[in-house]
Design a protein around this ligand. Structure first.
Ligand code: GLN
Length: 503
C-alpha cells in the first residue's frame, strides 16, 4: 500500500471518494502484516472497536460536509513517551511498565480534537536516550535494509511512517531523535522551535532540549499536523505562540548559509558530493549561497553531553518505585521490612536499562557540588551554550563586522548525519563503538536543540520503503531555521524539496 498522504487523503475524504473507515482498516491491516518490523510497543489491533467507531463518526462528518480539520479521520501514532489516555505509556522503560495514563498529552489531545485517530505507541530508546533504538525492548527493523539501524530514539515512529502504519507519527527530539531516524528510514522529520509545541504529557528526558516533533512522508503532511498542534498551552509554561512574516513563494533571493564548521574530516566524500548537488540546484534556482561561521559548533557535543545527563538525572530521580507500577512486582509481602534506600536501589537497578543508568551516573557527577571539577564543567557548558546561541542567532539576524553589515541568512544547509547509516551487526559486534558511535552521530542534530531552533530533515529522492531489491536508503540533507520561524522553514523546505526531487 502506498500512502496517499494527509493532504490528498483529506481531499479524497471531502469528495467522499475514500472513507475514513476504509483507510483505518487498511492501516490496521498494515500494522498486523508488518508486526515483524517492531514499530509499535502497543497498537489498537487487539481492540479496534472504539477506533472504528471514531472513523465512522468522522465519515459522517465528511458526508455532512463538516469535517473537524484536515486531520479528521487520519490515522497517526505517538512515540511511547507521550501520554495517550488508556494506552500504555512507558517511554520504553521497564520502570514504567504497565503505566496507563488517565490523561492525554496536549499533542494527543489536540490531534484527537481535530479528528485524528491514534493507532498506537511506537518503540523507542529508553527515555529517549540513544541514536539507534537498540535500547528498546523490541528493536525496530529498518524496512529498506534490515541490516541498517532505524535511527533513534524515535526509531519505531520512523518505521511506522515509512511503512504506512499510520500516515504520520509524533516523535520527540532532544538531540536529533526525530531527524536522525527520519534520515535512516528515508522519511521527512521536523523538529520545531523549543516551546512551539507543548511538552505537557511528554515524559521528560532533558527539559531544556526536549521537543515534540513530527515524522511524515512529505512536508505538506508535516505542515497539516503542525498547524493543528502549534501554539501556546497553559499546561506548559515554556510554550509560546509565534507570528511569522509572510511566507516565500520562490527561492529567488533566499539566503542559504553554509557554515565552515559543517565541513568536518569525518564526513565521507559521498556526503560532500550530495551537499554540492543540493547547493548547485539551489543556485540554479536563484538562491544565494552565503559562507558563514559558527565557531562554537565545534564544541557542541561536549555542551550537549554535559547538560543533558544533568537534566536527565534530576528528571529521572522521580522514579523511586513509590508512585509507579514496578513496585508491585518487586516487593512481596515478605519484603515488607525493606529499608527505603535499599528499596529504591532495587527498583532503579531493575527498572532502568544500561544507557539510562550511564546517563544518570554521568548527570549526578556533573551536578555534584562535592566535585568541583565536574560542577564547573556544568556551569561552563551552560555559559558556552549561551554563547553558541548568540553565534547562531547572529547568523540569522545579520551582524556588523569590519567588512560592514553582513545580512542574515534565511536557512542553513548541511548533511543530517555524519557518516553512513551504521549497520546493526557492526554495533552488536563492537566494530562500531556503541557509545562513541552514538554520540558522534549527533554532531549535525544536537545544535538545533541546544539553541532551540527548528530543523527539517529531507530525502533527496523517493525510495520504495518495502522493496527489498535495492535496499538503499535515500541521500538526506538538513535545513536549519531561525528560532520561531517554523512555518517559514517548512515553506522554504517545500520549495527546495520540489526542485531537488525533480532534478
Ligand atoms: N542521541 C541523542 C541522545 O541520546 C538523541 C536524544 C533525543 O533526541 N531523544 O541524547
Amino acid at each position: 500500500m502506498n500512502s496517499i498522504g494527509i493532504k490528498r487523503c483529506s481531499k479524497a475524504y471531502n469528495s467522499l471518494a475514500v472513507s475514513p473507515v476504509q483507510v483505518l482498516q487498511d492501516t490496521l491491516t498494515a500494522i498486523k502484516d508488518l508486526r515483524h518490523l517492531n514499530a509499535f510497543s502497543y497498537d489498537i489491533t487487539s481492540d479496534e472497536e472504539e477506533a472504528l467507531e471514531l472513523a465512522a463518526q468522522s465519515e459522517k462528518r465528511y458526508k455532512q460536509g463538516n469535517p473537524l480539520s484536515p486531520l479528521d479521520g487520519v490515522p497517526i501514532s505517538f512515540k511511547d513517551n507521550f501520554l495517550v489516555k488508556n494506552m500504555p505509556s512507558t517511554a520504553g522503560s521497564k520502570i514504567l511498565r504497565d503505566f496507563v495514563p488517565p490523561i492525554d498529552s496536549t499533542m494527543a489531545q489536540r490531534c484527537r480534537e481535530a479528528g485524528a485517530i491514534i493507532v498506537g505507541k511506537t518503540n523507542m530508546d529508553e527515555f529517549g536516550m540513544g541514536s539507534f533504538t537498540l535500547y528498546s525492548e523490541k528493536v525496530p527493523v529498518n524496512p529498506i535494509n534490515e541490516d541498517l539501524v532505524v535511527g533513534g530514539s524515535s526509531g519505531g515512529a520512523a518505521v511506522a511512517t515509512a511503512t504506512n502504519q499510520g500516515m504520520a507519527a509524533f516523535g520527540t527530539d532532544t538531540g536529533g531523535s526525530v531527524t536522525f531516524p527520519a534520515n535512516c528510514c528515508s522519511v521527512y522529520g521536523f523538529k520545531p522551535s523549543y516551546g512551539r509545541l507543548s511538552r505537557h504529557g511528554v515524559i521528560l528526558y532533558s527539559s531544556s532540549n526536549d521537543s515534540p516533533g513530527i515524522l511524515a512522508q512529505n512536508i505538506d503532511d508535516i505542515s497539516s499536523i503542525f498547524q493543528v498542534v502549534d501554539g501556546e498551552d497553559i499546561k506548559d509554561s515554556n510554550s509560546l505562540s509565534f507570528t511569522e512574516p509572510e511566507l516565500r513563494t520562490s527561492l529567488k533571493g533566499v539566503r542559504v548559509g553554509i557554515a565552515e564548521e559543517f565541513n568536518i574530516e569525518e564526513l565521507p566524500q559521498e556526503r560532500i558530493d550530495e551537499q554540492r548537488k543540493v547547493i548547485d540546484i539551489l543556485q540554479d534556482h536563484g538562491a544565494e549561497i552565503v559562507e558563514v561561521s559558527i565557531p562554537l559548533l565545534k564544541q557542541i557535543l561536549p555542551i550537549y553531553y554535559t547538560i543533558i545527563p544533568a537534566e536527565a538525572a534530576s528528571n529521572l530521580s522521580r522514579y523511586d518505585g513509590l508512585k509507579y507500577g514496578l513496585q508491585h512486582s518487586t516487593v512481596s509481602s515478605k519484603d515488607s521490612k525493606v529499608d527505603y534506600q535499599e528499596y529504591i536501589q532495587r527498583i532503579r537497578t531493575e527498572g532502568f536499562g544500561i544507557n539510562v543508568k550511564r546517563r544518570i551516573a554521568l548527570g549526578n557527577f556533573v551536578l555534584s557540588t562535592q566535585d568541583v571539577d565536574f560542577n564547573e564543567m556544568y556551569i561552563k557548558a551552560q555559559k558556552v551554550r549561551r554563547l553558541f546561541c548568540e553565534q547562531y542567532n547572529d547568523i540569522f539576524e545579520g551582524i556588523e563586522s569590519s567588512k560592514g553589515l553582513q545580512k542574515g541568512v534565511d536557512i542553513l544547509l548541511s548533511p543530517n548525519a555524519v557518516g553512513d547509516i551504521p549497520k546493526v551487526s557492526s554495533i552488536r559486534s563492537g566494530e562500531i563503538d556503541a557509545i562513541i558511535g552514538e554520540y558522534s552521530q549527533d554532531y549535525y542534530t544536537v545544535p538545533s536543540n541546544v539553541c532551540g531552533a527548528p530543523a527539517l530533515c529531507l530525502p533527496m529522492a523517493d525510495v520504495d520503503h518495502l522493496s527489498q531489491s535495492e535496499k538503499k536508503p535515500a541521500a538526506m540533507y538538513k535545513l536549519w531555521g531561525k528560532y520561531g520561524m517554523d512555518r517559514s522553514l517548512l515553506q522554504i523546505g517545500k520549495l527546495i524539496d520540489k526542485i531537488v526531487k525533480n532534478s
